[in-house]
Design a protein. Structure first.
Lengths: 284, 210
């Protein structure tokens, strides 16, 4: 019990350091600006038609061409300090032991991924203000944008897919998106942490950037089978639309793959990272 | 009784041998001094004793337990190795509270006592970011002693301290010795070492020298 408390406490210690590193503010501000560019552009349409949007914009964000890639680059920059060894680390390690310290960093990766997804979800809703109405339905705004050329006429930057509206209820789509994005971010975070701890920070960042850029390449390749090996592309709900004739990976496969990969990376970290030297690295 | 035993410790970085087949026993209840130039291997030896680095060969025992077998870092050790990375927007107490919360073995009163022992004000709300180098060093010593460890490893503990500060810390180290603590310290200053230490070891190029 003491170990769990100590691990969770150490994990949150890293979050306390966010206040002293401008990169966290910068990433958050850039994410807000990008979301405002995409979601905020709905206001021209909602103002014109006099109908407010419902809060369920989050699932559509990950069907945009560049948004998933940019948000993933954000999380890569957030985790670019991995394996999170700074000048405080020796003083934490001597009190916690190496294995507990590694577990704490893993918990930090999971916390941070969760916070990042919650942050994006909240910002997506805030960007709709003041043209926001609550409803359990998709609402007229998204349906109209999906079925007409209103988006082009009103310079709306959000591409709304009618397949998502037909295939999922708003709650379903939001939960699936939330879970998939959280798992993707955690997967990327664990990959960066494990590779940084076991190999080097440069290998970790190079690999994660390749993974973040892969979905853009896949879209151009037009080969659905490649999606089976690109976990960073799985936040797009269009892949899982019921009755999709293309050979995209099923939702269960993606969730299972990401979960198992995260568990494997956690096990590798817990076994190998404590055996590595505690070398203080410069903050990024 | 020997509290730390280092046997044939060798550490090589690239083609540079930092510790060269080094052996030593540190007896409990004494102050042991290690002197040597920058790069002589003092800090690497301390890091090896703390389990932060892996030796290429050799073994280290702390309290008769081999490092890396039952435990990966020694328990009951207080350290100052490199400048402690305190959070600049927290007070002295706030910073030590964060570190103490990892083990959760001492009370707020004990944390405050450690801060007072090194000559800082435990009730002060002043942020560590506004501390002088000497005050940070005092706080570093407070974090090392606050959990009442039996073994203290201090790498250049008097760095940044003014004359009064050095004098205070010398007294503190002698008090700690009286309480039965073992201190292993590295220093550039032969005066500190000669005044405080029961044993003095000179190091150069990862080896003991006469």
């Amino acid at each position: 019990m003491d170990n769990i408390r100590s691990v969770l406490f150490l994990g949150t210690n890293n979050i306390r350091r966010w206040a002293y590193n401008p990169k966290y503010y910068t990433i958050a501000i850039l994410a807000v600006l990008w979301m405002h560019f995409i979601v905020g552009s709905l206001s021209s349409f909602t103002n014109s038609v006099g109908v407010n949007a419902t809060p369920w914009v989050f699932p559509f964000l990950f069907s945009q061409r560049y948004t998933p890639m940019l948000l993933m680059i954000g999380i890569i920059v957030i985790f670019s300090d991995a394996p999170f060894i700074n000048l405080s680390t020796p003083y934490e390690l001597i009190r916690s032991g190496k294995r507990n310290w590694v577990k704490a960093q893993i918990s930090y990766v999971v916390f941070t991924s969760f916070i990042w997804v919650v942050f994006l979800f909240i910002v997506s809703i805030l960007c709709l203000l003041p043209n926001l109405d609550f409803s359990w339905e998709w609402g007229k705004v998204y349906r109209t944008l999906a079925q007409t050329n209103a988006a082009a006429e009103f310079s709306v930057n959000l591409a709304v897919s009618y397949d998502i509206i037909l295939g999922f209820t708003p709650i379903q789509a939001t939960i699936y998106s939330f879970v998939l994005v959280f798992l993707e971010m955690t997967f990327l975070g664990m990959l960066i942490f494990t590779f940084s701890a076991v190999f080097s920070r440069s290998i970790a960042l190079f690999t994660s950037f390749i993974l973040a850029f892969m979905p853009a390449g896949l879209a151009l390749s037009g080969m659905p089978a490649f999606y089976y090996f690109t976990p960073t592309a799985w936040s797009d709900l269009l892949l899982f639309v019921p009755g999709n004739s293309l050979d995209y990976p099923p939702l269960n496969y993606c969730i299972l793959f990401l979960t198992i990969s995260i568990i494997v990376l956690i096990i590798i970290s817990i076994i190998l990272a404590p055996k590595k030297e505690t070398k203080v690295l410069l903050p990024v | 009784m020997c509290i730390v035993k280092v046997e044939n410790a060798t550490k090589i970085y690239g083609d540079h041998t930092v510790l060269n087949n080094l052996s030593i026993n540190f007896d409990a209840g004494c102050i042991h001094g290690i002197v040597g130039r920058n790069g002589s291997g003092k800090t690497v030896l301390f890091k090896a004793i703390c389990g932060f680095i892996k030796l290429n060969s050799g073994k280290i025992w702390i309290n008769q337990e081999q490092l890396g077998k039952k435990f990966d870092v020694p328990e009951q050790v207080g350290i100052i190795i490199e400048a402690p990375g305190f959070l600049p927007n927290y007070s002295a107490y706030g910073n030590l509270k964060l570190l103490a919360s990892i083990k959760n073995k001492i009370s707020p009163a004990q944390i405050k006592e450690a801060i007072a022992i090194v000559g800082l004000d435990p009730e002060s709300k002043k942020h560590v970011g506004k501390f002088s180098l000497g005050m940070r060093q005092r706080l570093g010593i407070a974090q090392a002693i606050m959990e009442d460890p039996q073994l203290l490893i201090f790498d250049e503990p008097f760095n940044g301290l003014d004359i009064a500060g050095v004098e205070d810390m010398r007294k503190l180290f002698l008090d700690l010795k009286k309480q039965g603590k073992t201190i292993i310290m590295a220093s550039h200053s032969s005066e500190d070492v000669n005044l405080l230490c029961d044993t003095v070891h000179k190091m150069d190029k990862g080896q003991w020298i006469e």
